[in-house]
Design a protein around this ligand. Structure first.
Ligand code: SAH
Length: 495
């Protein structure tokens, strides 16, 4: 087995580091060294413009000429960044014989220390190394971390550094201090820093916590998170972070397995979905579960398909949490109407076809009855130049057609049914209102499916891009006059 490198963060403040080379690469290295408070000495016959400026500002020393072993006399480290491999090797050999760590830029063989790929957030630095053999992999991992670690971590590191003594004084016991930090870092402070607080306010917040009777006691919280329609790429960065920080995830059945796989491995996952034929959790039971775990000091993620505030009962859950004094946050998600439309090639609004959009649910019988029976305002729904997005509608399609036609909608009004929108198994069925329920039955449309009604729905036939092309209504595919195969021979012959 090859030995791995020993990771090390060096304190180079006021220590001499020799950089051999005077070009752009040397300049980059010198810049990093200056940031670390080191005293760079640059050895080279001439200097780049940037190096010259630092020299004039008194920030670096210049050893003019070709490499001389004596340059190493004061050096703690040496970096060779010349374009002459013989010189680079000479520097490396001379340094090694003096037991000074040396780095030849871009030559892993001639390195007794490597510079890692770094993600930096103020004082917080994450260094990544592949051992020198696979720098592209290290860079790839760095890019992934760049998206996960946001700027507020720098402020957080700064605040914690500043408050270190105060925290130690208040919690001299190491065990208690650990628990305090765990609670602090898992709690709202990192999130508050991300959105609302500046460093001074964070200092005050921390002091407030320290003044509490028992600062190390955990405080639970709930984050209401929209998981989007199923494609894991449609999960927001905030949702991803919340899932990474969760102790407990209460998720709907609608949340896809691919999305759940993004969550922290150790998190307890509880499906609280409602679905036909399975045990379903009542809303009261969901409330009780959230409360139970939050009161144990857990970070609870309440994960819902799409957006939590669009036909997701998110409002009720927050009312419950507020009534029980449980702190909460909400992270929006991409709702089914937006996702299904995009993945089916249906612009929800369009200058020629629709100036407004209605999100409607056809969930229960009541919601589909007439306005005077406590249901929907069907005459408003039947208006032209708008788009209807009907959620949970598969079972109520007969009723939707009946009510819309009664209210004056045109029988040839286009529809698109999007089943499993944004998922690999997505299907889109297009047709007109007159044949809507028959079409759905013919193609055995299953939940989850979203119904889009309006002129824009017809655009799916020409603008589709994801998965299979839209399926037609049954009377069209059954009618030979409309069949592509039969139409082909009558096409004009190519000249
Ligand atoms: N809060 C969710 C909606 C919950 S209601 C959101 O914002 O999307 C559940 C209904 O949403 C389903 O019956 C279906 O009509 C629709 N839906 C959710 N995900 C869907 C998907 N991937 N494809 C099609 N419809 C979907």
């Amino acid at each position: 087995m090859t030995a791995s490198l020993f990771p090390l963060f060096a304190d180079l403040r006021n220590r001499t580091v020799l950089v051999v080379g005077g070009g752009a690469v040397a300049e980059r290295k010198v810049e990093a060294l200056l940031q670390a408070g080191a005293l760079p000495q640059v050895g080279s016959p001439d200097l780049s413009e940037g190096l010259r400026r630092w020299l004039e500002a008194g920030r670096i020393r210049w050893r003019a000429g070709t490499f001389d072993e004596e340059w190493l006399d004061e050096a703690w480290l040496v970096i060779a960044a010349t374009d002459d491999s013989a010189v680079n090797r000479q520097v490396y050999d001379a340094a090694t014989s003096r037991r000074i760590l040396a780095n030849v830029v871009d030559d892993a063989e001639l390195c007794s220390f490597h510079s890692p790929a770094v993600v930096q957030r103020g004082l917080l630095q994450v260094a990544i190394s592949s051992g020198g053999g696979a720098p592209m992999l290290a860079r790839h991992v760095r890019r992934q971390l760049e998206t996960l670690l946001d700027d507020s971590l720098g402020t957080l590191a700064e605040v914690l550094t500043r408050q270190r003594d105060a925290i130690r004084a208040r919690l001299p016991d190491l065990g208690l201090r650990r628990r305090f930090f765990e609670k602090l870092l898992a709690g709202p402070l990192p999130r508050l820093l991300r959105r609302q607080l500046d460093a001074t306010q964070a200092d005050a917040y921390l002091h407030g916590l320290l003044e509490k009777e028992n600062p190390a006691l955990p405080a639970g919280s709930v984050v209401l998170v929209g998981a989007g329609p199923g494609d894991p790429g449609l999960v927001t960065l905030n949702a991803l972070r919340a899932m990474n920080e969760a102790d407990v995830i209460l998720h709907d059945r609608l949340v896809s397995a691919e999305v759940l796989r993004l969550a922290r491995r150790d998190a307890i996952r509880i499906e609280v979905g409602k679905s036909a034929g399975r045990h379903s959790t009542s809303q009261d039971e969901i409330h009780a579960l959230m409360l139970e775990h939050a009161r144990q000091g857990k970070r609870v993620v309440r994960l819902k398909g799409g957006d939590p505030f669009v036909f997701g009962r998110g409002g009720e859950e927050l009312e419950f949490l507020r009534a029980h004094d449980v702190p909460f946050e909400v992270i929006p998600g991409i709702t089914a109407a937006v996702a299904c439309a995009a993945y089916a090639g249906i612009p929800l609004t369009h200058r020629d076809h629709a100036q407004s959009l209605r999100l409607v649910t056809a969930h229960c019988k009541d919601s589909l009855s007439a306005l005077d029976e406590g249901g929907v305002d069907w005459s408003a729904m039947a208006q032209e130049k708008q788009t209807l997005a009907v959620y949970m509608g598969v079972a109520g399609l007969e009723k939707v057609r009946e009510q819309l036609l009664l209210a004056g909608a045109a029988p040839h009004l286009p529809f698109a049914l999007v089943e499993n929108g944004s998922r690999p198994q997505q299907r889109v069925i297009t047709g007109t209102l007159a044949s809507l329920p028959e079409s759905a039955r013919h193609h055995r449309v299953q939940s989850p499916a979203l119904l889009i009604l309006g002129e824009v729905a017809a655009l799916a036939d020409s603008l589709h891009w994801f998965g299979a092309a839209p399926l037609a209504a049954p009377e069209l595919s059954a009618n030979p006059q409309h069949s592509d195969n039969l139409g082909a021979p009558t096409l004009p012959q190519a000249a």
